[in-house]
Design a protein around this ligand. Structure first.
Ligand code: 5GP
Ligand code: ZN
Length: 115
């Protein structure tokens, strides 16, 4: 837990946010500024600043984060229409919140851009 991290506060229940998924390691919630009809954030409960900070020992967690994206794509019924999963890592990617999060986006055709 990082005391000034908003996503730690959401995961810890100190910042009221509806969770669309939670288990012992992972929580997911709706993005406050959605860029698509479905825009969810999937985060580890533990404070990991970014993708770059994941270690070999976190391989299971990394896999479970991705599988949670699949699970939520089914729950939110975008599994057949298609969806995008991405994470911004560091300054040039525009990472605004320094707590690892996967964006899950779908529900409309998404721009074909890699940058
Ligand atoms: P980043 O740019 O770091 O990849 O994305 C951060 C995301 O977190 C943004 O899409 C932003 O809208 C979202 N966000 C920032 N603060 C909050 C918050 O307090 N609650 C929720 N639900 N989303 C947030
Ligand atoms: Zn955090």
């Amino acid at each position: 837990m990082s005391s000034d991290c908003i996503f730690c506060k959401i995961a810890g229940g100190q910042l009221e946010t509806e969770l669309v998924y939670e288990d012992s390691e992972i929580v997911a919630f709706k993005d406050i500024n959605p860029q698509a009809p479905v825009h969810l954030l999937i985060i580890p409960r533990r404070h990991v600043p970014s993708l770059l900070d994941l270690q070999e020992d976190d391989a299971d967690l990394a896999g479970r984060l991705l599988l949670t994206a699949n699970r939520l794509a089914r729950t939110f019924k975008i599994d057949q229409s298609g969806y995008r999963v991405l994470t911004n890592c560091g300054k040039d990617a525009g990472q605004a919140v320094s707590h690892l999060h996967l964006h899950l986006l779908g529900g409309r055709p998404l721009l074909q851009t890699m940058g």
